[in-house]
Design a protein around this ligand. Structure first.
Ligand code: SAH
Length: 245
């Protein structure tokens, strides 16, 4: 079918893909997702935003995958999505949960611009986008220890993510790392990083993403922020990656 799929067909595709994964949204949300999908695929022809380039891929790998977060979010919470790229998981979450205030952060301006423009066109009032580096914005006000929930998908290994993401989480809030199969090994490797940055693993949820050629395994690692992150973190990016906690 490819990119020529019309809006109604795309709504049906998205609806079927979400249903296959047990995801139920408010009426009208799937139309917004279909419009987002069209916009993403069209923009992606001009600027490289994502490697996923079919409506089927967007429905499964961007929408259903992003929306695996829904059972772990509560209305009224603030959420920061670190390394959001073109807006994943931030945009689908903002569409699905209008009561969650979502901020997408990415270092690449063209991706942030796409997400902000798309949200504006879809009329999302609970979404904002920030261009910057997590290690800079997480260092102090107004973003440090400020969010109820921080998410990250496909941004780095868990030990690196602890240092980049936990500074943004308020004590008592949580960081949800979205992972595929390498989770167990990453958790082992992140023990020290977790202790250093004030995190504690609360839950480790393994999910199956259905509707593609084969079932895909996903893991949500839910990390509770139990203590403030010491001021020395986050360090400079070169330090974080060359000498990870
Ligand atoms: N979360 C999106 C994008 C993943 S690609 C998705 O799953 O589709 C990783 C993104 O993280 C890139 O867009 C990159 O610009 C961003 N990124 C990596 N390190 C970052 C940092 N230190 N601060 C801000 N953004 C970062």
């Amino acid at each position: 079918m490819g990119i020529a799929m019309n809006l109604e067909e795309n709504v049906n595709l998205i609806s079927d893909t979400l249903t296959a994964n047990g995801i139920k949204l408010w009426e009208g949300a799937e139309l917004l997702l279909a419009r987002l999908s069209e916009r993403l695929l069209a923009a992606n022809e001009l600027v490289n935003l994502t490697s996923i380039d079919t409506p089927e891929g967007v429905a499964l790998m961007h929408f259903a995958d992003s929306l695996t977060l829904l059972p772990y979010l509560n209305p009224g919470e603030t959420l920061l999505d670190v390394g959001s790229g073109a807006g994943f998981p931030a945009l689908p979450v903002a569409i699905a949960m209008p009561e969650v205030r979502v901020t997408a952060l990415d270092a690449t301006q063209k991706k942030v611009t796409f997400a902000a423009d798309a949200a504006h066109e879809l009329g999302l009032r609970n979404f904002s986008a920030l261009c910057g580096r997590a290690e800079d914005l997480g260092a102090g006000p107004p973003y440090r220890e400020r969010y109820d929930v921080v998410t990250a998908r496909a941004v780095g290994r868990l030990n690196v993510l602890c240092e980049l993401c936990l500074p943004f989480v308020r004590v008592g809030g949580r960081f949800i790392a979205m992972k595929s199969i390498s989770a167990a090994e990453e958790i082992e490797q992140a023990r020290h990083a977790l202790t250093e940055t004030g995190g504690e693993i609360a839950e480790n949820i393994t999910l199956t993403l259905r509707g593609g050629e084969e079932d895909l395994t996903r893991v949500l690692i839910i990390i509770q922020k139990v203590a403030p992150t010491p001021k020395i973190y986050p360090r400079r990016y070169s330090q974080i990656t060359k000498n990870p906690l």
